[in-house]
Design a protein around this ligand. Structure first.
Ligand SMILES: [Zn+2]
Length: 255
């Protein structure tokens, strides 16, 4: 996408629609007849599809006091023909694991880029609700310092999405546990925001999955691959840091 466009874009939906609708003007793409940016457009369609699904759900929920506001934002997601961007659960079955991982990476990258534009317009009277917009776009709303890694698991049967560099006070809630001998230790629980982020990443990954006739009643599972989302709690991170330090020291003493 051309950078100059972004400055005029007011909302996340507009950003995604611009990526989707702007025709590629790159000379190399026109000359070859094959646009290199198709993956970017595809990722924007997925991001908009996910966003609209969630907004639609909120708009349809009568108990939500903001339902009308979300419905208005939702309506903006339609193109001029009244089409919405939906995403099917099996939309890219039959891909290689490499392409699936690349697609998931592109989806996350697009969600992060679009997340820089506000979901609600400034001065629309909706800014007071901006705090709860995270639930519509957990990937776009996650703290900027978070890093995502997508890799193919051993044996090519799974894809792992790692969430790294999570701010502790955003992602984790400490719980004191007292053992029967009176000793206490801290058990870390995921915050709601981290749970939402992990669920969204899982659904992004599962969208690339294909099901070749799993049947719950016969316990037959025939999925193409598994999607794992991993985030390490502060205790695990501390243990790993300690281990690495010891490892470094023992290596240094050997030299
Ligand atoms: Zn292009």
């Amino acid at each position: 996408m051309r950078k100059s466009k972004a400055s005029k874009i007011r909302t996340r939906i507009e950003y995604l629609r611009t990526v989707i609708e702007t025709e590629c003007s790159a000379t190399t793409c026109r000359e070859s007849g094959k646009c290199r940016h198709e993956g970017e457009k595809q990722a924007a369609r997925h991001a908009l599809g996910r966003l609209l699904e969630k907004l639609k759900g909120a708009a349809e929920n009568d108990r939500d006091e903001h339902a009308e506001a979300w419905a208005k934002i939702y309506a903006r997601g339609y193109d001029e023909y009244g089409n919405t961007y939906s995403m099917g659960n099996k939309y890219r079955s039959g891909q290689s694991m490499k392409d699936r991982a690349a697609g998931i990476r592109a989806d996350i990258k697009m969600a992060r880029a679009a997340g820089k534009a506000p979901l609600v317009e400034e001065g629309s009277g909706l800014m007071s609700q901006a705090l709860e917009t995270y639930r519509f776009d957990p990937i776009g709303e996650a703290p900027a310092q978070i890093k995502f890694r997508v890799k193919i698991g051993r044996g090519y049967g799974s894809i792992e999405i790692n969430v790294d560099n999570i701010p502790q006070d955003w992602g984790w809630v400490a719980g004191e546990v007292t053992e029967y001998e009176g000793e206490t230790y801290t058990r870390w629980h995921r915050s709601q925001a981290l749970k939402d982020l992990e669920a969204e990443l899982k659904s992004v990954g599962e969208a690339y999955n294909a099901d070749f006739g799993s049947n719950l009643s016969t316990d037959c599972f025939a999925q193409a691959f598994f999607v794992f989302v991993e985030s390490d709690d502060p205790a695990t991170l501390a243990r790993r840091a300690e281990y690495e330090q010891r490892h470094r020291k023992s290596r240094a003493s050997r030299d």
